[in-house]
Design a protein around this ligand. Structure first.
Ligand SMILES: [Zn+2]
Length: 113
């Protein structure tokens, strides 16, 4: 496994992910589509919020089971979580840690959930 560094846009929120990131998922639900997120689902134990946890704001919608977390300063959403799983926004991972051109992109039909 590799350690990937991620942050929101302003840098207030910083986190690391221990994983082997090979695929990204695009979700067509009303929320992810608007945000343009590219997701990877990772066990919570492999994600560490290094800085700025207190800056995060949580948004809930629909069945209110996913905590969508975004930075209250810059508005960028680095991740969301539900139960023991975190949905990492791969667009928030540092370019030097993850080359997006190597990812397999999968479409998920979140609209139907
Ligand atoms: Zn920010």
């Amino acid at each position: 496994m590799k350690t990937y560094h991620g942050s929101c846009h302003c840098g207030a929120v910083r986190f690391t992910v221990d994983a082997d990131l090979t695929e990204g998922m695009r979700c067509n639900c009303s929320y992810c589509k608007r945000k343009g997120m590219l997701l990877a689902f990772i066990p919570k134990s492999q994600v560490t919020i290094e800085e700025g946890g207190e800056t995060l704001t949580t948004y809930l919608f629909n069945k209110k089971v996913i905590n969508h977390q975004f930075c209250s300063i810059c508005g960028v959403q680095p991740f969301g979580h539900s139960g023991d799983t975190m949905a990492i926004n791969l667009n928030c991972i540092a370019d030097e840690d993850l080359d997006h051109t190597t990812l397999t992109i999968k479409e998920i039909n979140g609209k139907s959930f």
